[in-house]
Design a protein around this ligand. Structure first.
Ligand SMILES: [Zn+2]
Length: 489
């Protein structure tokens, strides 16, 4: 009897020992050790805030409806930049793409060094009329009150444009002569896809065979309480971004009166197709979550470390727990979202055509062709026509071992060593997607602090950033640009 108990329990005991052993040893401390904090630059902080706040006042809105485009807002915004940053405009060459996308070049002395590209965008999303009253300060007021700058673009993404120019203006005032060429690219239509802006700039570089040592765009930020088990502020640097594609499912039918319907109407068949897609989601892939946790796992409590250091056994448990919440589910698989449905125009008319639109956000590794094939195979009905429209392939994945990634990591930690740094997968799209292939090192990060409140302010109500945070973003860019321009990465 004793022997039998031993045979049953010994393997279990061994497994538990292995689980705990791995939880204690699997994650190493990979954070950059700060020996010396960054020497902060003596910036003209009041002037910087004033220039930024003024920039918020131009309603440079990207509308889906092109006829609403406000030329004057963009012209005035560009003029404001020219007035505010004289050294940038004297020392750099400015090329405009489709009038309002700005490409600045600061020529380096050493042409053997690959250039670096810093990106941002000047357009913002519209403000819903009905929500205007909910703003504590109007969205285009650029109000500065109690240490906070208010308005559309303070987080997304005039902050990048202004902070980058502020950094360069400062460095030029200190006599900067870059060894490495530095480019700034500021799109004016990121919020509607970036075709006129970033895509035009990327094509220009592609035609000229220019490739980059690294590219830095918006995307990640310093987050608080967004990742389970991580209590310190966590800087997430995007090393890849998801792609997307829409599939339109259509079914044609003879139509007729609803009193004599076939067993399945066109709308019914589309509904079946939609159900088939929802019931056959794309599988979960833990590689990106693992990449993030590898960097910070040693700082998390045992209950977080135990499953994540034992994916050999517990990956089904981890997957199902992450799939249970839409936000974490999105980070581990290609998502399927049925967004539009159409049947006939009247309750007693059989549809001659029924239609559904399904939006997919693809994980790196999945591509548009694969999505189409998957859809056709699970729908498995020749009457359903499947065609894709709009879409962008998911990006390649940049390395965390490059000297440019290390530069970002080091600078963040030197500015605030309470911050942990980790790579991650960006779920939304950025203008950087147009530059895939132009650099092996494309990163997405902006040095702002975000808690769960501020996350909802992106494209939302009461978008704002603290003065302190804005100045820190300028310090961050200044340090990164200075080091990059020196040629010594
Ligand atoms: Zn943005």
């Amino acid at each position: 009897m004793k022997k039998l108990a031993l045979i049953i329990f010994l393997p279990l005991i061994l497994i538990v020992i292995v689980l705990f052993y791995r939880a204690q040893t699997h994650f190493e401390d990979k954070q950059y050790k700060v020996e010396q904090p960054l020497a902060l630059k003596r910036l003209d902080e009041d002037g910087a805030v004033e220039r930024f706040a003024r920039a918020i006042q131009f309603p440079t809105i990207s509308h889906e409806d092109e006829t609403l485009f406000d030329d004057k807002a963009f012209t005035d915004f560009v003029q404001h930049l020219e007035n505010s940053f004289p050294l940038v405009h004297q020392n750099g060459t400015l090329t405009k793409f489709n009038k309002y996308t700005l490409l600045y070049k600061f020529e380096g002395r050493n042409s053997s060094l690959k250039p670096a590209l810093f990106m941002g965008h000047s357009d913002v999303v519209p403000v819903d009329e009905e929500t205007l009253e909910d703003w504590d300060n109007p969205p285009f007021s650029g109000a500065v009150k109690d240490g906070t700058i208010w308005g559309r673009g303070t987080l997304d993404d005039k902050i990048s444009v202004l902070a980058l120019l502020e950094s360069m203006e400062y460095l030029l005032s200190q006599g900067l002569q870059p060894e490495r060429t530095i480019y700034f690219s500021f799109g004016h239509d990121e919020e509607i896809g970036g075709e006129q802006g970033a895509q035009a700039v990327a094509s220009y570089f592609s035609e000229n065979n220019t490739t980059f040592e690294f590219i830095l765009d918006e995307g990640g930020a310093v987050t608080q309480d967004l990742m389970a088990g991580v209590t310190q502020p966590l800087a997430l640097i995007g090393v890849a971004e998801k792609g997307f594609v829409n599939l339109r499912l259509t079914v044609e039918d003879a139509g007729g009166h609803s009193s004599q319907p076939p067993a399945n109407t066109a709308a019914g068949i589309v509904a079946q197709a939609v159900v088939a897609l929802e019931e056959n989601p794309f599988p979960a892939d833990l590689s990106f979550i693992s990449m993030t946790f590898d960097a910070v796992g040693s700082y998390t409590p045992l209950k977080t470390r135990l499953p994540l250091s034992n994916l050999w056994l517990l990956s089904p448990v981890v997957k199902s727990s992450l799939l249970a919440t839409p936000s974490s589910a999105a980070s581990i698989h290609t998502t399927t979202a049925v967004t539009m449905l159409k049947g006939s125009s009247k309750s007693n008319i059989l549809p001659t055509q029924a239609e559904a639109v399904v939006n997919f956000r693809t994980l790196p590794g999945d591509n548009i062709k694969k999505i189409e094939d998957h859809a056709k195979s699970v729908i498995d009905n020749p009457r359903v026509n499947v065609e894709s429209f709009m879409g962008n392939e998911s990006s390649t994945v940049s390395s965390t071992n490059s000297s440019s990634f290390k530069l970002l990591e080091r600078t963040i930690r030197q500015l605030d060593d309470s911050i942990l740094v980790a790579p991650y997968l960006v779920q939304g799209g950025t203008d950087a997607k147009h530059f895939d292939g132009l650099s092996n090192n494309i990163y997405r990060f902006l040095m702002i602090y975000l808690d769960s409140n501020s996350v909802s302010r992106f494209h939302g109500i009461n978008e704002q950033v603290s003065v302190k945070n804005y100045i820190q973003a300028v310090q961050f860019y200044t340090a990164v640009i200075e080091q990059t321009a020196s040629g010594d990465l």
